[in-house]
Design a protein around this ligand. Structure first.
Ligand SMILES: Nc1ncnc2c1ncn2[C@@H]1O[C@H](COP(=O)(O)OP(=O)(O)OP(=O)(O)O)[C@@H](O)[C@H]1O
Length: 226
């Protein structure tokens, strides 16, 4: 196979939902994403953006087509390989990835590091650093129930990024945030993208943010139009 600097290669991707009334959410979609690219996905409601993100996140399987992530065909993996690829390659900034209510902001962000086997001191330091960067230095020991929606979202952003996944995917990562917090989160993602050569793929309705990314991929009716 020829060597490529693409971290993601998608070919002929199709997703059909439903038995009875069928909906073709993705309709033969091709997409290459370069390592270290910062990409935004835009398009009208129902065009297939979240479906595509779920496929890239190895959270759902396509009806047809292939997805290569970091050279591995994730569409031919069994469940165990899929979950291992998900844990080692990907970070998620999704609204439904809830924080654990009985743990503080700091503990929630430390969790992925502790699971990965890091020492508590080191995990604490790294989690504190990221929480500081998302502007929550003075909320480390608050529980999710004591934080606002936007603050919880920033905790979730810190948690998704803390173990430096190669690819970070986000569905409206700045959706609940005011423009100042939203800019701040974007700047943080950009900084990590440059420092650690992490690849970012974000679905967004925020044209302002989309314009700042390296490339805008526009989806209409399950196909890429530009
Ligand atoms: N689990 C499902 N079962 C059946 N149909 C689905 C399912 N998920 C999505 N769809 C349909 O697939 C199409 C694409 O949905 P998708 O959520 O990917 O769109 P989207 O571009 O993310 O929309 P939005 O911007 O509104 O979030 C829609 O017509 C939707 O109704």
């Amino acid at each position: 196979m020829p060597k490529t600097d693409n971290i993601i290669e998608i070919r002929g991707l199709e997703k059909v939902y439903g038995d009875g009334v069928e909906v073709k959410a993705l309709d033969g979609l091709d997409l290459d994403v370069k390592k270290g690219e910062f990409l935004s996905i835009v398009g009208p409601s129902g065009s297939g953006k979240s479906t595509l993100l779920h496929m890239i996140g190895i959270l759902d399987t396509p009806t047809k087509g292939t997805i290569l992530i970091d050279g591995q065909d994730v569409t031919s993996m069994d469940d165990q390989q899929r979950s291992s690829a998900r844990n080692t390659l990907l970070g998620f900034i999704f609204q439904y990835h809830h924080l654990l209510p009985d743990f503080t902001a700091l503990e929630n962000v430390m969790m992925p590091l502790l699971i990965a086997g890091k020492k508590k001191d080191e995990a604490t330091r790294e989690a504190e650093k990221l929480l500081n960067e998302v502007g929550l230095k003075d909320r480390l020991h608050h529980f999710p129930g004591q934080l606002s929606g936007g603050q919880n979202q920033r905790v979730a952003v810190a948690r998704a990024l803390v173990n430096r996944p190669k690819i970070v995917i986000g569905d409206e990562p700045t959706g609940n945030l005011d423009s100042r917090s939203s800019d701040r989160v974007y700047e943080l993602l950009r900084k990590l993208n440059r420092e650690f050569d992490q690849t970012f793929i974000l679905v967004t309705h925020d044209e302002n943010m989309a314009r700042k990314t390296d490339r805008i991929v526009r989806i209409v009716d399950g196909k890429i139009t530009e």
